[in-house]
Each structure stands twice: as structure tokens, then as C-alpha cells.
Design a protein around this ligand. Sequence first.
Ligand SMILES: C=CC1=C(C)c2cc3[nH]c(cc4nc(cc5[nH]c(cc1n2)c(C)c5CCC(=O)O)C(CCC(=O)O)=C4C)c(C)c3C=C
Ligand SMILES: [Fe+2]
Length: 388
Amino acid sequence: MGRVGVLLLNLGGPDKLEDVGPFLYNLFSDPEIIRLPFRWLQKPLAWFIATRRTRTSQENYKQIGGGSPLRRITEAQGEALKEQLGYLGQEADIYVGMRYWHPYTEEAIAQITQDNIEHLVILPLYPQFSISTSGSSFRLLEKLWQEDPKLQPIDYTVIPSWYKEPGYLQAMAALIAQELEQFPNPDEVHVFFSAHGVPKSYVEEAGDPYQQEIEECTALIMQTLNRPNAHTLAYQSRVGPVEWLQPYTEDALKELGAQGVKDLVVVPISFVSEHIETLQEIDIEYREVAEEAGIHNFRRVPAPNTHPVFINALADLVIDALKNPSFKLSQAAQMKKRVKMYPQERWEWGLTTSAEVWNGRIAMLGFIALIIELITGHGFLHMIGLLQ
Ligand SMILES: C=CC1=C(C)c2cc3[nH]c(cc4nc(cc5[nH]c(cc1n2)c(C)c5CCC(=O)O)C(CCC(=O)O)=C4C)c(C)c3C=C
Ligand SMILES: [Fe+2]
């Protein structure tokens, strides 16, 4: 076999406080993150939302040391994976491609071409597939492949999602068991899975398999854990005014507190590295919510990071992917029959779901235009004299 490479995909995070604004702009410029009917609106809206969010987001990054640890941890995972693959007899070069910050996916791909990689395994560091995460990276890679003839000879294969991988489930179960053992009565502790949310419309209209994969993954981890603990699944990190997957983590914590739960371990389920949503949102914000609700013994399970069982699971995934028939980016983007990646389906006339969605979007655009006008003091309503 010729030279082998593994491309690890992740979201990326700001390394320092000054990076927060441009990072947020990149994130909100992605049509897989904000799905808009008009492409031309994407960048102005991204600028507007990023500008408004930067200060709050910076405050959160300040609380975890002034930047995201995602790059450092992803690179450490890459080094550990290289070592484990070597140990298993598979030499490979590892590349990290982030979607919204350095090292960008484009930089990783440039290095892969320069290194004359012949066989490439594309492995997203998201166990479950979502249009907004792995889907967005696959779409970008598809575009890069279409544009660059130098990429054509690379024999690549994609691993779309891997939440059923036994080694991953075992690593998660071991990490949970370790936390449960810190309590006087481990079997009485409530196991609380907190997944990153997505807007409900991603699942219900665009056919994102994310929710189903998260639910199945939770059940598989509980089976692997093989303990009698009660458990709950909820969704965190909601952004913006639309409805996201429910129950929301905050509400579910309050509900458990009201039911008298006192001992709780939180399991971050959609991430494999520590980042702002584990270190700040769970460890600081949700801990406070839980304590106020009467849940006094609150612990959080660490993300798998470089846990050896987890790294071995990644190595197994790579080795299997090299043996199996290749899976292409176009197949990964349309993984489930109903998944609709951006751009969305064509307009349908009548009172259809699609028409209702479009009406909602047009109303949202009107609302955004009104807000911009109120802030800037310029716009259509000022022009016709309705606002001064
Ligand atoms: C499976 C994981 C993730 C999903 C699904 C996801 C969807 C999603 N996220 C936003 C908005 C934001 N995400 C932000 C940061 C961020 N998100 C994930 C993971 C998932 N996102 C990661 C790994 C990170 C990086 C964290 C870091 O350490 O830097 C942010 C920025 C942080 C903040 O300001 O809160 C935003 C905003 C949306 C809208 C979305 C689905 C549509
Ligand atoms: Fe996110």
C-alpha cells in the first residue's frame, strides 16, 4: 500500500480572545449552520450575529483561560492515533482539518497534496452525524475535490459516523463508571447525558439523523455500562430564537432537582474533546442551575480526549476503513435518504410545510431588518417616515 494519511475533522475554536469575533463570523457564514433562503444574506447576517455575540462569547472563553483547548487536544489525539496505528502495523500521517478556525481544512488538504498521500481516511471527530458538523465538513471537502484536479488521484474513504464503535462505547462506559465510583452509593446516581443541540427543523424538515444517532448512542452506552442507574438525555447550547431539540439541559436539570435527585453525573455525549461547552457551559453554568435546583452532588464525566481505549477505537476505525470498500463524500452527504443539505429544496406552492417554513423565514428577515434599522437608524421605515 502507498503512503497513507488520516484527516481528522473538527469544528475548531478560537485560540485567543481576539480570535473569537472572526471565528464566530466563519461559523455563522456557513449555510449548514444558519439555513437561509437567500445566499446573499448569509455574510451580512453572519457579520451582524457575530458582532452581537462576540462580547458574551469572549466572557465565556475568558472563564476557561482565554481560548479554546480544541486545537491542542485534537493535535494530541492525532499524535496518539499515529502511535497506536504504528503499534498495530499501519504507518500513517495524521492531518487536522478544522471547519471554522486554524488549522483550516483547506490547509490540511494542501499539506496532504504536498505530501503525496495516496490513500486517505477522512475521520470526523464527531461520533454522530449532523448536517451542521460532519455534514458541513464533507460538503466543503466535496467542493475542494471538485475544484482541485490534484486531489483526483487520492484514493479516499469517509467514515460518516461511528457512535456504535465498541471501543468508543467502552471508553465512555469506563469514564462514567470512574465518576460513579466517587459517590457513596454509585447505583443511586442519576446519569445525565447532555448532547449539543441542533434546531428542531434540521431533524424534522431536513432529515438530519443526528437525534436518532444520539438516542441510539445513549442507549448503547447505558448497555455497555451495564449498571442499574436511571438516566436522562437532554440537549444543550441552544443559539437564537428558533426551537431546538428538547428537552433543554437547563429545564431537564430543574425537573430532576424538583423530583428530588441529589446525585448526578453529566456525560457530554456529542464531543470527544474538552471545549467551551464542557468546561464553561456544563462545569460552570449548568452546575449553578443544578445546585439551585437542589442537586448538590454534581460531577462531570471527562471527554474521551486521549483515553487509550478511545484512541485504540479510532485506530480500529481507520484500519477497518482501509480494508473496506471506499465510501465517497457524495454518499456521506446524502447518507440518509431524506437528508437535505443546503441549498434547500425548491419552492412548493400552497399551504405546505415548505411554504410555512418560508413564511417563517420571510417574517424572520423582516424582523432582522427591523432590528438593524432600529440599531443603525437607517432603512425603509425611516425612508417612508414611519420611524424618525
Ligand atoms: C456535535 C457537536 C456540535 C453540534 C451539533 C453543533 C451545532 C451547532 N453549533 C452552533 C453554534 C455554535 N457552536 C459553537 C462552538 C462549538 N460547537 C461545537 C460542536 C457542535 N456544534 C464545538 C466543538 C464548538 C467549539 C467550542 C470551542 O471550544 O471553541 C459556537 C461558539 C461558542 C459560543 O459562542 O457559544 C457557536 C455560536 C449552531 C448554531 C449549531 C447548529 C446549527
Ligand atoms: Fe456548536
